[in-house]
Write a protein that binds this ligand. Sequence first.
Ligand code: DGY
Length: 329
Amino acid sequence: MRSRVWVSQPLFADIVGRLHEHFDVVATEHVGKHSPQQIAAALADCDGALVTLNDPIAAAEIAGAPRLRAIANVGVGYNNLDVPALTRAGIVVTNTPDVLTETTADFGFALMMAAARRITEAERWLREGQWRQWSFETLLGGDLHGSTLAILGMGRIGQGIARRAAGFDMRVLYHNRSRLPETVERECRAQYVDLDMLLAQADHLVLVLPYSPQAHHLIDAAALAKMKPTATLTNIARGGLVDEDALAEALAGARLAAAGLDVYEGEPAVNPRLLALRNVVLTPHIASGSLATRRAMVSLAVDNLIAALGFGPDAGRPPTPVNAGQLKR
Ligand code: DGY
């Protein structure tokens, strides 16, 4: 009997089409979030699944899926998946690191610049017909060059942002769960500091750390109060890292100059207090969204699923597993 896989969202058909060579494919035709019941029903008779951050999967969703052996997440972040629960059930979990590093770092830098130099606010102002006279003091922003870039979460994407900062002659500080080897620090021209120091010294703080329940609302009112009122905050990681009400209050009260947000706690819903502010640049979770990179992510996820289910040149050895070391053989 051929194995069966579920593809939870419409993804590039020419790439996902490679699955047909090995499996019966059940593909969802509409973009969107499925209910837990829909996910459980879809997984019930499947051996594998290709899913995205739209698809939260935990113990309840796999309870009625005895054949399920592999879940390939299209994304480097996998906080939509309860990895310990999937591991206990013997399910291989994979993600898509590396292929999106540079594209996401590009976007983080762009979002930080847009917030600091008020680019989207300026465009809106111009389109609203408010530009009646050139003036010296119109929409003055903060500089990037010569300023202090503070990176919270110094994995591959954080390091990519640090490398870009060299071209802007920025001082780079970082905080991370563990300090990087000296060679990497030197290459990134980055100095390790504790979190309080990072917040206090930041001219531009960028969040690139993975979300975990321990990091929930890491950037809350108390953390924001430690930052300079001239600083900016950019988040390209996960919305749950930031207390959005506290952020909106700080931005509205000029206790923080500006923010650039690509991710939100309740996305696709955006906190109305943030929507009402001018000094925040809001984008719809597109940091890895260049055409080439999104295609590379899907391709890697397809390779992972094929290999995890025992087919193709990497049979049994998916290229980018998340829980390989933890699964019982
Ligand atoms: C990621 O790869 O984690 C991005 O947020 C898109 O899923």
